[in-house]
Design a protein around this ligand. Sequence first.
Ligand SMILES: Nc1nc2c(ncn2[C@@H]2O[C@H](COP(=O)(O)OP(=O)(O)OP(=O)(O)O)[C@@H](O)[C@H]2O)c(=O)[nH]1
Length: 496
Amino acid sequence: MLTQRKSMKVIAITLSFIAFLMASFYTLFNNIQTAQTTWKNYIHLEMDKSHYLNQAIIISGYGGFIHNFKNAVIRRDYSYLEKAEPQIQDTINALDRYLSLTPEHINPVLDIQYVISEYQAKLPVLKQMIASGASVAEIDKSVRVDDTRAIAAFREILHSSKEHPLAMLQKTEQSYSSTTSKLVVILNFLIIVSSIAIAFIYYLYKKLAIKMTERELIIKCAPNAILSANENGIITTANHEAMKLFGFNETGINKISVDDLVPSNVKSKHQALRNEFQQSDRIKPMSQRNAIFHGKKLSGDLFPAKIAIATYSIDNKKHSIVIINDLTEELKHKNEATIDPLTQLANRRAINQHMGQALAQVKRHHIALSICLFDIDHFKSVNDQHGHLAGDEVLQQVARVMQENIREVDFIGRWGGEEFIAILTGTGKQGALEFAEKIRNEIKLQSQTKRFPVAITISAGVTLCDGNQDIKTALNNADKALYRSKHNGRNRVSMV
Ligand SMILES: Nc1nc2c(ncn2[C@@H]2O[C@H](COP(=O)(O)OP(=O)(O)OP(=O)(O)O)[C@@H](O)[C@H]2O)c(=O)[nH]1
């Protein structure tokens, strides 16, 4: 659980880091796009500026208004002035537009415009002098304009127009190369972090795969039957032992409900309990402690079982794991160790065990406890005259009569041979005598019916135990009482 939480933390940090790198990458990419747009706008601006400047140079220069103005002077020809007049206005307009794009060039532009306006001002004079027939020298003297200022201004503009794009290019190149190196660093980081993340995820995947395989093998090899069921109680997986125990086949398990695996009389109760159990968020295994439940095979056969259940949630859906321990063999061995096979009563080992517990109870709770020892009279002659099988039958019938006449709290067993014992918890002297007498009488009466192969009698010895006695003393006393009955003629009850 701890490793899982740690892994989640590492994955979260790695993903955050990748997200951060991606965000940086995105920001840089945006910067590049902005720089591209800026550069594009700049180029357009420079092209416009260059266009208006060239226009101004062309309209004013060779073939332009100065050329026509000078021709009008030299040739004293009117027609040149008709061309020069609109060209002056066009030059002024081109310079205005250029100035709107490059306000920093106001001084040289104003210088040029000043010179052009001088030409403009001289036009009426030139017209008049040509009309009056003045000589070329006279006209030239009157309309001459000094171009020096305009020429210097043009030079200044052309020079700075070349310098500015160069500086801009340099700046852009620097910004591009710094962005590119940042991008390379981030890209490298991204590759490294992604590689680490992939390696880590692969490591987790491998660990998970090992764990899954381990768990799969544990479930597969477990000596217990293990089932898993979904929120509706439908079985989703079953290990080999479960298949064998319940008689499932590989294909049909996902049609079987766990409610089908309990005895029919508790099916609805089981369903309700299962729903209740699944409502709560219990993820710890829950076992039924000492209680013995019964499971039902697909064949309908019941078997004693110990069951443990655990529930867990995935995507808000409750699933459960059921572990079933088949107790058939265990109980069989337990029975064999404590039950007398002929009479099906408790054997000597179980009697001693019960006796120990009963004496401890007497000591702790100060209650009465009586022991009755029964012995069939002249049993040897039953065997001798009617055979051992008849003797066995007599023993079985005596056991039945005793079983039919005891209370739930009483305990009976076959002490050995033709001797039986009854341990009566909470029964005092009088009660024990009455009980022994009742058994003696019942056996005598019933043995005279067809249920017994031969009529018999029994003798009994009764003793009252106190909490300070050990098993041996208590049994000795019962034996003494029994001896007294035998000694006094059999078919009777005595007390010590
Ligand atoms: N058929 C059969 N006989 C048994 C079994 N266990 C012991 N016996 C016989 O029970 C007889 C007991 O005989 P005894 O101890 O002499 O006692 P008894 O003949 O009953 O005489 P009393 O007890 O003195 O009345 C023996 O013959 C044993 O072989 C048994 O499981 N089956």
